[in-house]
Design a protein around this ligand. Structure first.
Ligand code: NAP
Length: 432
Protein backbone atom coordinates (compact mmCIF):
# COMPACT_ATOMS: atom_id res chain seq x y z
CA UNK A 1 0.00 0.00 0.00
CA UNK A 2 1.41 3.45 -0.87
CA UNK A 3 1.53 5.88 2.07
CA UNK A 4 0.04 9.30 1.19
CA UNK A 5 0.88 12.50 3.14
CA UNK A 6 -1.88 13.58 5.53
CA UNK A 7 -3.50 16.92 4.63
CA UNK A 8 -5.17 19.89 6.31
CA UNK A 9 -8.63 18.99 7.72
CA UNK A 10 -10.29 21.32 5.21
CA UNK A 11 -8.28 19.79 2.39
CA UNK A 12 -8.39 16.06 3.04
CA UNK A 13 -5.45 14.01 1.83
CA UNK A 14 -5.99 12.13 -1.42
CA UNK A 15 -7.38 8.64 -0.95
CA UNK A 16 -4.78 5.99 -0.44
CA UNK A 17 -3.92 3.96 -3.48
CA UNK A 18 -4.99 0.41 -2.71
CA UNK A 19 -2.86 -2.46 -3.92
CA UNK A 20 -4.62 -4.51 -6.56
CA UNK A 21 -4.30 -7.65 -4.48
CA UNK A 22 -6.33 -5.99 -1.72
CA UNK A 23 -9.27 -5.35 -4.02
CA UNK A 24 -12.28 -7.64 -3.93
CA UNK A 25 -12.61 -10.14 -6.78
CA UNK A 26 -15.66 -10.22 -9.02
CA UNK A 27 -16.30 -13.48 -10.84
CA UNK A 28 -17.23 -12.97 -14.49
CA UNK A 29 -18.77 -15.44 -16.96
CA UNK A 30 -18.50 -14.69 -20.68
CA UNK A 31 -21.11 -16.36 -22.90
CA UNK A 32 -19.71 -16.52 -26.43
CA UNK A 33 -16.20 -16.10 -27.84
CA UNK A 34 -16.92 -14.99 -31.39
CA UNK A 35 -16.30 -11.59 -33.01
CA UNK A 36 -17.28 -9.60 -29.92
CA UNK A 37 -16.47 -12.11 -27.15
CA UNK A 38 -12.86 -12.54 -28.29
CA UNK A 39 -12.33 -8.77 -28.20
CA UNK A 40 -13.97 -8.49 -24.78
CA UNK A 41 -11.51 -11.10 -23.48
CA UNK A 42 -8.55 -9.38 -25.18
CA UNK A 43 -9.41 -6.00 -23.66
CA UNK A 44 -9.99 -7.58 -20.25
CA UNK A 45 -6.54 -9.16 -20.34
CA UNK A 46 -4.80 -6.01 -21.66
CA UNK A 47 -6.52 -3.55 -19.36
CA UNK A 48 -7.22 -5.69 -16.32
CA UNK A 49 -5.21 -3.56 -13.89
CA UNK A 50 -6.62 -0.26 -15.11
CA UNK A 51 -10.14 -1.63 -14.94
CA UNK A 52 -9.52 -2.90 -11.40
CA UNK A 53 -8.51 0.61 -10.29
CA UNK A 54 -11.51 2.17 -12.02
CA UNK A 55 -13.89 -0.33 -10.47
CA UNK A 56 -12.31 -0.80 -7.06
CA UNK A 57 -12.48 -4.54 -7.68
CA UNK A 58 -10.75 -7.13 -9.85
CA UNK A 59 -12.60 -8.81 -12.70
CA UNK A 60 -11.75 -12.49 -12.91
CA UNK A 61 -13.08 -14.39 -15.91
CA UNK A 62 -13.96 -17.81 -14.53
CA UNK A 63 -15.36 -19.35 -17.72
CA UNK A 64 -16.19 -18.76 -21.37
CA UNK A 65 -19.04 -20.72 -22.91
CA UNK A 66 -18.90 -21.74 -26.58
CA UNK A 67 -20.42 -24.41 -28.82
CA UNK A 68 -17.20 -25.82 -30.23
CA UNK A 69 -14.52 -26.55 -27.62
CA UNK A 70 -11.94 -27.61 -30.20
CA UNK A 71 -11.74 -24.40 -32.21
CA UNK A 72 -8.52 -22.42 -31.75
CA UNK A 73 -9.50 -18.96 -30.54
CA UNK A 74 -6.11 -17.32 -30.10
CA UNK A 75 -4.10 -16.28 -27.08
CA UNK A 76 -6.77 -14.18 -25.38
CA UNK A 77 -9.24 -17.04 -25.02
CA UNK A 78 -7.45 -19.55 -22.78
CA UNK A 79 -8.54 -23.08 -23.67
CA UNK A 80 -8.76 -23.90 -19.95
CA UNK A 81 -11.64 -21.43 -19.50
CA UNK A 82 -13.80 -22.83 -22.29
CA UNK A 83 -16.91 -24.77 -21.42
CA UNK A 84 -19.97 -26.11 -23.22
CA UNK A 85 -21.98 -26.03 -20.00
CA UNK A 86 -23.15 -22.42 -19.94
CA UNK A 87 -25.91 -23.18 -17.40
CA UNK A 88 -23.40 -24.40 -14.81
CA UNK A 89 -21.20 -21.36 -15.54
CA UNK A 90 -23.86 -18.72 -14.85
CA UNK A 91 -24.91 -20.21 -11.51
CA UNK A 92 -21.97 -19.00 -9.46
CA UNK A 93 -20.72 -15.65 -10.74
CA UNK A 94 -21.18 -11.95 -9.97
CA UNK A 95 -21.37 -10.73 -13.54
CA UNK A 96 -22.39 -12.29 -16.86
CA UNK A 97 -21.42 -10.94 -20.28
CA UNK A 98 -23.72 -12.36 -22.97
CA UNK A 99 -22.23 -12.08 -26.46
CA UNK A 100 -23.55 -15.32 -27.95
CA UNK A 101 -26.55 -13.78 -29.73
CA UNK A 102 -29.89 -15.36 -30.67
CA UNK A 103 -32.97 -15.81 -28.52
CA UNK A 104 -32.35 -19.21 -26.95
CA UNK A 105 -30.39 -20.29 -25.00
CA UNK A 106 -29.33 -16.65 -24.38
CA UNK A 107 -32.64 -15.71 -22.72
CA UNK A 108 -32.75 -18.74 -20.37
CA UNK A 109 -29.11 -18.22 -19.44
CA UNK A 110 -29.60 -14.55 -18.59
CA UNK A 111 -32.72 -15.34 -16.55
CA UNK A 112 -30.86 -18.09 -14.71
CA UNK A 113 -27.90 -15.79 -14.07
CA UNK A 114 -30.14 -13.05 -12.65
CA UNK A 115 -32.08 -15.53 -10.52
CA UNK A 116 -28.72 -16.53 -9.05
CA UNK A 117 -27.87 -12.92 -8.24
CA UNK A 118 -25.61 -11.94 -11.15
CA UNK A 119 -25.85 -8.61 -12.97
CA UNK A 120 -25.79 -9.00 -16.72
CA UNK A 121 -24.37 -7.15 -19.71
CA UNK A 122 -25.67 -8.11 -23.13
CA UNK A 123 -25.10 -6.98 -26.72
CA UNK A 124 -28.11 -8.96 -27.90
CA UNK A 125 -30.46 -6.52 -29.68
CA UNK A 126 -32.61 -9.31 -31.09
CA UNK A 127 -33.36 -10.67 -27.62
CA UNK A 128 -33.96 -7.23 -26.11
CA UNK A 129 -36.29 -6.21 -28.92
CA UNK A 130 -38.22 -9.45 -28.75
CA UNK A 131 -38.39 -10.00 -25.01
CA UNK A 132 -36.72 -7.13 -23.18
CA UNK A 133 -39.70 -6.96 -20.80
CA UNK A 134 -38.94 -10.40 -19.34
CA UNK A 135 -35.31 -9.45 -18.79
CA UNK A 136 -36.20 -6.15 -17.12
CA UNK A 137 -38.70 -7.89 -14.85
CA UNK A 138 -36.13 -10.48 -13.83
CA UNK A 139 -33.55 -7.77 -13.09
CA UNK A 140 -36.11 -5.99 -10.89
CA UNK A 141 -37.24 -9.15 -9.15
CA UNK A 142 -33.70 -10.19 -8.25
CA UNK A 143 -32.28 -6.71 -7.57
CA UNK A 144 -29.55 -6.97 -10.20
CA UNK A 145 -28.52 -4.77 -13.11
CA UNK A 146 -29.20 -5.21 -16.82
CA UNK A 147 -26.94 -3.27 -19.20
CA UNK A 148 -27.05 -3.28 -23.00
CA UNK A 149 -25.12 -0.33 -24.48
CA UNK A 150 -23.59 -2.52 -27.21
CA UNK A 151 -27.01 -3.62 -28.46
CA UNK A 152 -27.60 -0.30 -30.25
CA UNK A 153 -24.99 1.11 -32.64
CA UNK A 154 -21.94 -0.75 -31.30
CA UNK A 155 -19.32 1.59 -29.89
CA UNK A 156 -21.50 4.71 -30.06
CA UNK A 157 -22.78 5.73 -26.63
CA UNK A 158 -26.55 5.96 -27.13
CA UNK A 159 -28.31 3.86 -24.51
CA UNK A 160 -26.63 5.67 -21.61
CA UNK A 161 -27.19 9.17 -23.05
CA UNK A 162 -30.85 8.39 -23.72
CA UNK A 163 -31.66 6.73 -20.42
CA UNK A 164 -29.34 8.67 -18.11
CA UNK A 165 -27.87 11.89 -19.55
CA UNK A 166 -31.22 12.97 -21.04
CA UNK A 167 -33.35 11.63 -18.18
CA UNK A 168 -34.18 15.22 -17.22
CA UNK A 169 -35.21 16.26 -20.71
CA UNK A 170 -38.03 15.41 -23.09
CA UNK A 171 -36.88 13.59 -26.21
CA UNK A 172 -38.91 14.40 -29.31
CA UNK A 173 -37.17 12.30 -31.90
CA UNK A 174 -34.27 9.90 -32.40
CA UNK A 175 -33.28 9.36 -35.99
CA UNK A 176 -30.31 7.83 -37.65
CA UNK A 177 -28.31 5.25 -39.50
CA UNK A 178 -27.92 2.31 -37.13
CA UNK A 179 -27.00 -0.50 -39.53
CA UNK A 180 -23.51 -0.42 -41.00
CA UNK A 181 -24.09 -3.12 -43.61
CA UNK A 182 -26.93 -1.32 -45.34
CA UNK A 183 -25.10 1.99 -45.12
CA UNK A 184 -22.08 0.40 -46.76
CA UNK A 185 -24.27 -0.97 -49.58
CA UNK A 186 -26.19 2.28 -50.19
CA UNK A 187 -22.96 4.29 -50.02
CA UNK A 188 -21.29 1.98 -52.58
CA UNK A 189 -24.35 2.28 -54.86
CA UNK A 190 -24.21 6.08 -54.54
CA UNK A 191 -20.46 6.37 -55.15
CA UNK A 192 -20.08 3.82 -57.97
CA UNK A 193 -23.52 3.60 -59.58
CA UNK A 194 -23.56 -0.13 -58.79
CA UNK A 195 -26.85 -1.97 -58.49
CA UNK A 196 -27.96 -3.52 -55.21
CA UNK A 197 -26.77 -7.09 -55.94
CA UNK A 198 -23.24 -5.98 -56.90
CA UNK A 199 -22.93 -3.69 -53.89
CA UNK A 200 -24.12 -6.51 -51.60
CA UNK A 201 -21.56 -8.90 -53.12
CA UNK A 202 -18.79 -6.34 -52.48
CA UNK A 203 -19.97 -5.88 -48.89
CA UNK A 204 -19.85 -9.65 -48.38
CA UNK A 205 -16.35 -9.93 -49.91
CA UNK A 206 -15.06 -7.20 -47.60
CA UNK A 207 -16.71 -8.68 -44.50
CA UNK A 208 -19.29 -5.91 -44.07
CA UNK A 209 -22.21 -8.25 -44.77
CA UNK A 210 -22.80 -11.76 -43.51
CA UNK A 211 -23.25 -14.80 -45.76
CA UNK A 212 -26.95 -14.58 -44.87
CA UNK A 213 -27.53 -10.81 -44.92
CA UNK A 214 -31.32 -10.99 -44.43
CA UNK A 215 -31.45 -9.38 -40.97
CA UNK A 216 -29.51 -6.38 -42.24
CA UNK A 217 -30.86 -5.79 -45.75
CA UNK A 218 -34.49 -6.41 -44.80
CA UNK A 219 -34.19 -3.86 -41.98
CA UNK A 220 -34.81 -6.31 -39.10
CA UNK A 221 -31.59 -5.38 -37.30
CA UNK A 222 -32.35 -1.66 -37.56
CA UNK A 223 -35.94 -2.31 -36.42
CA UNK A 224 -34.72 -4.12 -33.28
CA UNK A 225 -32.56 -1.10 -32.45
CA UNK A 226 -35.47 1.27 -33.16
CA UNK A 227 -37.69 -0.61 -30.73
CA UNK A 228 -35.01 -0.43 -28.00
CA UNK A 229 -34.41 3.30 -28.61
CA UNK A 230 -38.12 4.14 -28.74
CA UNK A 231 -38.78 2.30 -25.48
CA UNK A 232 -35.98 4.20 -23.73
CA UNK A 233 -36.67 7.61 -25.29
CA UNK A 234 -40.41 7.62 -24.66
CA UNK A 235 -40.62 5.66 -21.39
CA UNK A 236 -42.94 3.11 -22.94
CA UNK A 237 -42.72 -0.47 -24.11
CA UNK A 238 -42.30 -0.44 -27.88
CA UNK A 239 -42.29 -3.99 -29.23
CA UNK A 240 -40.54 -5.10 -32.37
CA UNK A 241 -43.97 -5.67 -33.92
CA UNK A 242 -44.74 -1.97 -33.36
CA UNK A 243 -41.89 -0.91 -35.65
CA UNK A 244 -42.75 -0.47 -39.31
CA UNK A 245 -39.89 -2.11 -41.19
CA UNK A 246 -38.78 -1.87 -44.83
CA UNK A 247 -35.33 -2.89 -46.03
CA UNK A 248 -33.24 -1.74 -48.96
CA UNK A 249 -33.60 -4.69 -51.37
CA UNK A 250 -35.90 -2.77 -53.71
CA UNK A 251 -33.66 0.31 -53.98
CA UNK A 252 -32.23 0.43 -57.49
CA UNK A 253 -29.33 2.25 -59.10
CA UNK A 254 -31.96 4.34 -60.95
CA UNK A 255 -33.54 5.39 -57.63
CA UNK A 256 -30.14 6.50 -56.36
CA UNK A 257 -29.49 8.45 -59.58
CA UNK A 258 -32.94 10.06 -59.42
CA UNK A 259 -32.30 11.02 -55.79
CA UNK A 260 -28.99 12.62 -56.81
CA UNK A 261 -30.79 14.70 -59.45
CA UNK A 262 -33.03 15.99 -56.66
CA UNK A 263 -30.02 16.84 -54.46
CA UNK A 264 -30.81 13.94 -52.13
CA UNK A 265 -29.18 10.77 -50.87
CA UNK A 266 -30.90 7.51 -50.01
CA UNK A 267 -30.17 6.17 -46.51
CA UNK A 268 -31.81 3.47 -44.42
CA UNK A 269 -33.16 5.48 -41.51
CA UNK A 270 -34.48 4.35 -38.15
CA UNK A 271 -36.84 7.01 -36.92
CA UNK A 272 -38.61 7.02 -33.58
CA UNK A 273 -40.65 10.06 -32.68
CA UNK A 274 -43.26 11.45 -30.39
CA UNK A 275 -46.37 12.41 -32.36
CA UNK A 276 -48.51 15.02 -30.67
CA UNK A 277 -52.22 14.65 -31.44
CA UNK A 278 -55.44 16.29 -30.30
CA UNK A 279 -56.11 13.60 -27.73
CA UNK A 280 -52.59 13.10 -26.46
CA UNK A 281 -49.43 11.57 -27.81
CA UNK A 282 -48.41 8.43 -29.64
CA UNK A 283 -45.10 7.00 -30.79
CA UNK A 284 -44.04 6.39 -34.36
CA UNK A 285 -41.21 3.88 -34.85
CA UNK A 286 -40.20 3.09 -38.40
CA UNK A 287 -37.32 1.86 -40.51
CA UNK A 288 -37.20 2.53 -44.23
CA UNK A 289 -34.99 3.83 -47.00
CA UNK A 290 -35.47 7.59 -47.13
CA UNK A 291 -34.27 10.42 -49.33
CA UNK A 292 -32.49 13.01 -47.25
CA UNK A 293 -31.15 16.35 -48.47
CA UNK A 294 -27.45 16.20 -49.48
CA UNK A 295 -26.83 19.09 -47.11
CA UNK A 296 -27.96 17.08 -44.07
CA UNK A 297 -25.06 15.65 -41.97
CA UNK A 298 -26.53 12.13 -42.24
CA UNK A 299 -26.13 12.24 -46.04
CA UNK A 300 -22.34 12.24 -45.71
CA UNK A 301 -22.15 9.27 -43.32
CA UNK A 302 -20.20 6.87 -45.51
CA UNK A 303 -19.14 3.22 -45.57
CA UNK A 304 -20.25 1.18 -42.56
CA UNK A 305 -20.39 4.10 -40.11
CA UNK A 306 -23.43 4.83 -37.98
CA UNK A 307 -24.79 8.22 -36.94
CA UNK A 308 -27.75 9.15 -34.81
CA UNK A 309 -29.54 12.45 -34.18
CA UNK A 310 -31.43 13.06 -30.99
CA UNK A 311 -33.78 16.01 -30.72
CA UNK A 312 -34.73 16.92 -27.17
CA UNK A 313 -36.84 19.80 -25.93
CA UNK A 314 -34.21 21.48 -23.76
CA UNK A 315 -30.94 20.05 -25.12
CA UNK A 316 -31.82 20.75 -28.76
CA UNK A 317 -30.14 18.61 -31.43
CA UNK A 318 -27.38 16.18 -30.55
CA UNK A 319 -25.46 14.03 -32.99
CA UNK A 320 -23.61 10.80 -32.29
CA UNK A 321 -21.27 9.25 -34.84
CA UNK A 322 -18.90 6.29 -34.95
CA UNK A 323 -18.46 2.60 -35.53
CA UNK A 324 -21.71 0.77 -35.07
CA UNK A 325 -20.26 -2.74 -35.24
CA UNK A 326 -17.06 -4.77 -35.25
CA UNK A 327 -15.36 -6.78 -32.54
CA UNK A 328 -13.28 -4.12 -30.79
CA UNK A 329 -15.76 -1.20 -31.05
CA UNK A 330 -18.59 -3.36 -29.72
CA UNK A 331 -16.35 -4.76 -26.98
CA UNK A 332 -15.63 -1.19 -25.88
CA UNK A 333 -19.34 -0.66 -25.20
CA UNK A 334 -19.59 -4.04 -23.44
CA UNK A 335 -16.68 -3.20 -21.15
CA UNK A 336 -18.16 0.21 -20.31
CA UNK A 337 -21.26 -1.61 -19.10
CA UNK A 338 -19.19 -4.20 -17.28
CA UNK A 339 -17.34 -1.48 -15.37
CA UNK A 340 -20.67 0.13 -14.37
CA UNK A 341 -22.18 -3.14 -13.21
CA UNK A 342 -18.98 -4.07 -11.36
CA UNK A 343 -18.77 -0.68 -9.60
CA UNK A 344 -22.35 -1.12 -8.38
CA UNK A 345 -21.33 -4.52 -6.98
CA UNK A 346 -18.35 -3.10 -5.13
CA UNK A 347 -19.71 0.25 -3.96
CA UNK A 348 -23.45 -0.47 -3.82
CA UNK A 349 -26.33 1.06 -5.74
CA UNK A 350 -28.34 -0.13 -8.68
CA UNK A 351 -28.17 0.71 -12.38
CA UNK A 352 -31.08 2.25 -14.30
CA UNK A 353 -34.32 0.28 -14.24
CA UNK A 354 -36.96 0.01 -16.95
CA UNK A 355 -38.94 3.24 -17.26
CA UNK A 356 -42.32 2.72 -18.93
CA UNK A 357 -44.62 4.94 -16.91
CA UNK A 358 -45.73 6.95 -19.99
CA UNK A 359 -47.24 3.89 -21.70
CA UNK A 360 -47.61 5.66 -25.02
CA UNK A 361 -49.21 3.67 -27.81
CA UNK A 362 -47.64 3.18 -31.21
CA UNK A 363 -49.11 4.74 -34.31
CA UNK A 364 -49.36 2.59 -37.48
CA UNK A 365 -47.50 3.95 -40.53
CA UNK A 366 -50.77 4.27 -42.48
CA UNK A 367 -51.89 6.99 -40.05
CA UNK A 368 -48.76 9.11 -40.57
CA UNK A 369 -48.64 11.88 -43.17
CA UNK A 370 -45.39 11.99 -45.10
CA UNK A 371 -43.90 12.83 -48.48
CA UNK A 372 -42.86 9.94 -50.71
CA UNK A 373 -40.74 9.51 -53.80
CA UNK A 374 -42.60 7.11 -56.10
CA UNK A 375 -40.82 5.57 -59.07
CA UNK A 376 -43.21 4.59 -61.84
CA UNK A 377 -42.58 2.57 -64.98
CA UNK A 378 -44.99 3.92 -67.57
CA UNK A 379 -45.53 3.74 -71.32
CA UNK A 380 -44.04 6.59 -73.35
CA UNK A 381 -47.22 8.07 -74.82
CA UNK A 382 -48.86 11.47 -74.60
CA UNK A 383 -50.98 12.08 -71.52
CA UNK A 384 -49.59 9.28 -69.40
CA UNK A 385 -48.14 11.58 -66.74
CA UNK A 386 -51.41 13.51 -66.61
CA UNK A 387 -53.18 10.20 -66.06
CA UNK A 388 -50.86 9.38 -63.15
CA UNK A 389 -51.30 12.85 -61.65
CA UNK A 390 -55.08 12.55 -62.07
CA UNK A 391 -55.19 9.18 -60.32
CA UNK A 392 -53.08 10.42 -57.43
CA UNK A 393 -55.06 13.63 -57.06
CA UNK A 394 -58.19 11.48 -56.76
CA UNK A 395 -56.66 10.28 -53.48
CA UNK A 396 -55.71 13.77 -52.38
CA UNK A 397 -52.01 13.23 -53.24
CA UNK A 398 -50.02 15.97 -54.96
CA UNK A 399 -46.75 15.52 -56.86
CA UNK A 400 -43.83 17.77 -56.10
CA UNK A 401 -42.55 19.48 -59.30
CA UNK A 402 -38.96 18.51 -58.40
CA UNK A 403 -39.79 14.80 -58.47
CA UNK A 404 -42.09 14.72 -61.50
CA UNK A 405 -39.18 14.47 -63.91
CA UNK A 406 -38.01 11.29 -62.21
CA UNK A 407 -40.70 9.01 -63.61
CA UNK A 408 -39.11 6.37 -65.85
CA UNK A 409 -40.72 5.80 -69.19
CA UNK A 410 -40.63 2.64 -71.26
CA UNK A 411 -41.40 3.00 -74.95
CA UNK A 412 -43.73 0.38 -76.38
CA UNK A 413 -44.76 1.72 -79.77
CA UNK A 414 -48.10 0.50 -80.98
CA UNK A 415 -49.07 -1.36 -77.85
CA UNK A 416 -52.19 -0.61 -75.87
CA UNK A 417 -51.77 1.48 -72.74
CA UNK A 418 -50.77 -0.80 -69.89
CA UNK A 419 -51.46 0.06 -66.27
CA UNK A 420 -48.65 2.03 -64.73
CA UNK A 421 -46.68 0.18 -62.06
CA UNK A 422 -44.86 1.53 -59.04
CA UNK A 423 -41.43 -0.03 -58.76
CA UNK A 424 -40.31 1.88 -55.70
CA UNK A 425 -41.81 4.06 -53.04
CA UNK A 426 -39.29 5.78 -50.85
CA UNK A 427 -40.00 8.23 -48.07
CA UNK A 428 -38.83 11.79 -48.58
CA UNK A 429 -37.47 12.94 -45.29
CA UNK A 430 -37.16 16.63 -44.52
CA UNK A 431 -36.24 18.31 -41.26
CA UNK A 432 -39.13 19.70 -39.21
N1 NAP B 1 -20.40 -8.47 -34.37
C1 NAP B 1 -20.75 -7.22 -34.17
O1 NAP B 1 -20.20 -6.29 -34.77
C2 NAP B 1 -21.83 -6.88 -33.18
C3 NAP B 1 -22.18 -5.53 -32.95
C4 NAP B 1 -23.15 -5.22 -32.00
C5 NAP B 1 -23.79 -6.25 -31.33
N2 NAP B 1 -23.46 -7.56 -31.60
C6 NAP B 1 -24.17 -8.60 -30.89
O2 NAP B 1 -23.22 -9.34 -30.12
C7 NAP B 1 -23.63 -10.70 -30.05
C8 NAP B 1 -22.47 -11.60 -30.52
O3 NAP B 1 -22.16 -11.26 -31.84
P1 NAP B 1 -20.85 -11.90 -32.55
O4 NAP B 1 -20.74 -11.19 -33.86
O5 NAP B 1 -19.71 -11.89 -31.63
O6 NAP B 1 -21.35 -13.39 -32.81
P2 NAP B 1 -20.45 -14.64 -33.26
O7 NAP B 1 -19.17 -14.18 -33.85
O8 NAP B 1 -21.34 -15.51 -34.05
O9 NAP B 1 -20.11 -15.36 -31.88
C9 NAP B 1 -21.08 -16.03 -31.13
C10 NAP B 1 -20.36 -16.83 -30.04
O10 NAP B 1 -21.34 -17.41 -29.21
C11 NAP B 1 -21.15 -18.81 -29.15
N3 NAP B 1 -22.46 -19.43 -29.14
C12 NAP B 1 -23.48 -19.25 -30.00
N4 NAP B 1 -24.53 -20.03 -29.67
C13 NAP B 1 -24.14 -20.71 -28.57
C14 NAP B 1 -24.77 -21.67 -27.76
N5 NAP B 1 -26.00 -22.09 -28.03
N6 NAP B 1 -24.10 -22.16 -26.70
C15 NAP B 1 -22.84 -21.75 -26.43
N7 NAP B 1 -22.19 -20.82 -27.16
C16 NAP B 1 -22.83 -20.33 -28.22
C17 NAP B 1 -20.39 -19.20 -30.40
O11 NAP B 1 -19.68 -20.38 -30.12
P3 NAP B 1 -18.75 -21.07 -31.26
O12 NAP B 1 -17.62 -20.10 -31.47
O13 NAP B 1 -18.29 -22.34 -30.65
O14 NAP B 1 -19.61 -21.23 -32.46
C18 NAP B 1 -19.49 -17.98 -30.59
O15 NAP B 1 -18.33 -18.11 -29.82
C19 NAP B 1 -24.91 -10.81 -30.87
O16 NAP B 1 -26.03 -10.67 -30.02
C20 NAP B 1 -24.82 -9.62 -31.81
O17 NAP B 1 -26.09 -9.16 -32.23
C21 NAP B 1 -22.50 -7.89 -32.51
Amino acid sequence: MTQQPSGHPEHPAPRETVALTDLPVLRVAVLGAGTVGTEVLRLLSHQGDDLAHRIGGRLEVVGVSVRDLDRDRGEHVPAGLLTEDAHALVRDVDLVVEVMGGIEPARSLLLEAMANGASVVTANKALLAQDGATLYEAADAHGVDLHFEAAVAGAIPLVRPVRESLAGDRIQRVMGIVNGTTNFILDAMTRTGADFDDALATAQELGYAEADPTADIEGHDAAAKASILASLAFHSRVRLADVHCEGITSVTAQDIAAAARMGRTIKLLSIVERIEEENGERISARVYPALIPDSHPLASVSEAYNAVFIEAEAAGSLMFYGQGAGGAPTASAVLGDLVSAARARVHGGVGPRESRYAELESIPLEELRSAFYVSLTVQDRPGVLAEVAGTLSGYGISISPSTRSCCRRTARAGSRPAPTSASARIALWSPR
